[in-house]
Write a protein that binds this ligand. Structure first.
Ligand SMILES: Nc1nc2c(ncn2[C@@H]2O[C@H](COP(=O)(O)OP(=O)(O)OP(=O)(O)O)[C@@H](O)[C@H]2O)c(=O)[nH]1
Ligand SMILES: [Mg+2]
Length: 638
């Protein structure tokens, strides 16, 4: 492939029999009507494809892929599958018939899908005289006035596929427009909406489509959405030539390994695995055509996005209906999930009888419905419609408050490449609007609030639990409802600010320690003394606590403190020793070791003067502490 050759896609549009297929053939030499039925009936039923290389004004070449659509009103859905992703529309009006119903419908579809540019072609010029042609030209000029096809900015060219009149002028115009069109960004996630699936003997599954964004190369792994199928790309063809790479703006055929022709159909989208996510509902702005009926809340419509189509229920944010010729924000609930990204245009058609009634643009494919009021949502959607990438990413993160937005979620919500998300996030972090905690983005304001809530919660905790030295980190996280990443980030920030102390798993306000009254302090001393004087012949903890002047709950908390500070050591559920007594025992064992490292229960009992009841658990504890090691019936002192 000559990498420097620019590729664009031109699509036809217009009423049945107005000469679309004949024109494509006259321009490319290729008959895009490929079905036997099409040839027999002399009409186009499904999409047809052709290609040509045209000389550009600067002497270079331009490759034009043509998508030829059917004009018959019954096949508008096929037309819709072809028109998505075209760069240039050849808007066709037969000079002998002028504007007809599908002239209007196709025009509206192109306008609603925001096809960026086009050429109006008056076909069959050979069938009319100059006066008639002038009349039709002026009717058409009138029709497109003020639109993207306004004669002031886009040409109107009369041609005849039969005599060849106007074809050179048209080719030049196509090359000129293609040349001046801004190149598509390849720095976007690869997406190929599939419009055709067939199998080729010796190759297996082949799918074709207009590559609407990004790029793909041979041997890449691709995911087919919706669904979980994956495939490897064995071969690529664009415009009839084998290639190593295909990029946005090319008609592309991919030979897939791993997906059979039964497993994939028109409507699927091939994309990068583990990157984008399908949506079963999304928020959008829709516009209703002037001659459509008003659209009621909860109405069902046919929704077309690129090659996919499904049924959608339209939920209005306000009012009971949307009036013809107006636009409004809506929530759409889909019968089947589709891959649609913010900024993608779609068409809606009346449920029955099926006619095009409007279109829209997807704005929020993962709405945060429960947490936002309708007014907040409308505000949010307005920003999604017109805000910069920085503004929209910030708003997406901010609406998640203390939960934050992970980088993976950000990619699902925006459809941007991870590179783009990282770059924008970095700018926002540098401007102190966002923080990045691991793989989570959180708005600066939400992070401050999270810290304030944590401090307030800690204060309340200490006030209620004077005898507790701190709260368990996990308990705090659950109480605040934070994700692990935000929680860790919050603790780090407050530790750094000197506001929290974190010891192991326990979190407490800085400078805040256990607060005991006199009775509690006395009780603590009583417990400590009871164990200190007992040596290894310890009393039952229960009995010690029963003798105290305070209630069981507080007494238990004091024991917890003594255990935490390692004044007391718990050996089993019922056996607690003073640390000093255990230290003394260890010292004694070391002395014994000098005589003999062997230790049996008898020797241990003799040495310590304790009964079997204490000796066995103590010996087991010593094993666990690696002071002794059990060897058969005996132990060795280590
Ligand atoms: N005289 C004359 N006839 C034409 C011209 N272009 C097309 N036709 C005839 O018009 C008829 C319809 O042409 P197509 O090219 O099939 O029209 P189409 O717009 O593709 O029709 P659909 O795809 O079914 O919507 C055919 O009989 C063509 O031969 C032209 O420039 N001059
Ligand atoms: Mg045709």
């Amino acid at each position: 492939m000559q990498a420097n050759i620019k590729s664009v896609i031109a699509g036809t549009a217009g009423h049945i029999d107005h000469g679309k297929t004949s024109l494509v053939k006259a321009l490319t030499g290729i008959d895009a009507d490929r079905l036997e039925e099409e040839k027999r009936r002399g009409i186009t039923i499904d999409l047809g494809f052709a290609h040509a290389t045209l000389p550009a004004p600067d002497g270079s070449s331009i490759r034009v892929g043509f998508v030829d659509v059917p004009g018959h009103e019954r096949f508008v859905r096929n037309m819709l599958a072809g028109v998505g992703g075209i760069d240039i529309v050849l808007f066709i009006v037969a000079a002998d018939e002028s504007i007809k119903p599908q002239t209007r419908e196709h025009f509206e579809i192109c306008r609603l899908l925001a096809v960026p540019r086009g050429i109006t072609v008056l076909t069959k010029a050979d069938l009319v005289d100059a006066d008639t042609l002038a009349v039709v030209r002026s009717e058409v000029e009138q029709f497109v006035r003020g639109s993207f096809l306004d004669a002031a900015r886009s040409p109107i060219i009369a041609v005849s596929a039969h005599t060849g009149q106007g074809l050179d002028e048209l080719k030049q115009a196509i090359a000129q427009i293609a040349h001046s069109a801004p190149p598509r960004s390849v720095d976007a996630v690869f997406r190929l909406p599939v419009d055709r699936v067939f199998s080729m003997i010796g190759f297996g599954t082949v799918v074709t489509g207009t590559l609407i964004s990004g790029a793909v190369k041979k041997e890449d792994e691709v995911a087919a959405l919706p669904g979980s199928l994956r495939a490897r790309i064995r071969g690529i063809e664009t415009h009839g030539e084998k290639e190593e790479v295909a990029t946005a703006g090319q008609r592309t055929a991919l030979n897939l390994v791993g997906i059979s022709t039964e497993q994939i159909a028109r409507g699927a989208v091939l994309t990068v695995p583990e990157t984008l996510a399908v949506a079963a509902k999304f928020d959008a702005k829709i516009s209703l055509l002037k001659d459509a009926r008003s659209l009621k809340h909860r109405a069902r419509v046919h929704l077309h996005s690129f090659t996919a189509e499904t049924i959608a229920e339209v939920l209005l944010f306000e009012g009971k209906e949307c009036a013809p010729g107006s636009d409004t924000y809506v929530h759409l609930k889909l019968a089947e999930p589709i891959l649609i990204l913010p900024g993608d245009r779609f068409i809606i058609r009346q449920f029955s009888p099926v006619v095009t009634i409007g279109g829209g643009v997807a704005l929020d494919i993962f709405p945060w419905a429960k947490k936002q009021t309708p007014a907040q949502r409308a505000e949010f959607l307005k920003l999604m419609e017109s805000g910069s990438q920085e503004e929209t990413l910030l708003a997406r993160v901010a609406r998640k408050t203390s939960r934050g937005l992970s980088l993976a979620e950000a990619q699902h919500e925006t459809g941007w490449t991870s590179k783009t998300i990282e770059a924008i996030a970095q700018k926002l972090v540098a401007a102190n609007k966002l923080l990045r905690l691991g793989a989570t983005l959180i708005a600066a304001a939400a992070f401050s609030e999270t810290q304030a809530s944590a401090l307030a919660l800690m204060k309340e905790f200490h006030d209620r639990n004077r005898l507790a030295s701190g709260i368990g980190s996990e308990e705090l996280r659950e109480k605040l409802g934070l994700t692990a990443e935000v929680h860790t980030g919050m603790l780090d920030a407050l530790k750094r600010a000197g506001k929290l102390d974190v010891a192991g798993d326990s979190v407490r306000l800085a400078g805040r320690s256990v607060q005991m009254d006199n009775v509690e302090a006395a009780a603590k001393k009583t417990i400590e003394d009871a164990f200190a004087t007992a040596g290894l012949k310890v009393p039952a903890l229960k009995e010690v606590l029963a003798g105290l002047a305070i209630d069981r709950v507080r007494a238990q908390k004091i024991v917890t403190l003594l255990l935490r500070d390692r004044v007391l050591i718990k050996i089993t559920e019922d056996l607690v020793f003073h640390a000093k007594a255990l230290d003394a025992m260890r010292a004694m064992l070391q002395e014994c070791k000098a005589k003999s490292p062997k230790l049996d229960v008898g020797r241990f009992k003799e040495m310590t003067g304790i009964s079997r009841k204490y000796a066995i658990p103590l010996l087991e504890w010593l094993d666990r502490e690696r002071v002794t090691r059990r060897v058969g019936e005996e132990r060795v002192i280590l």
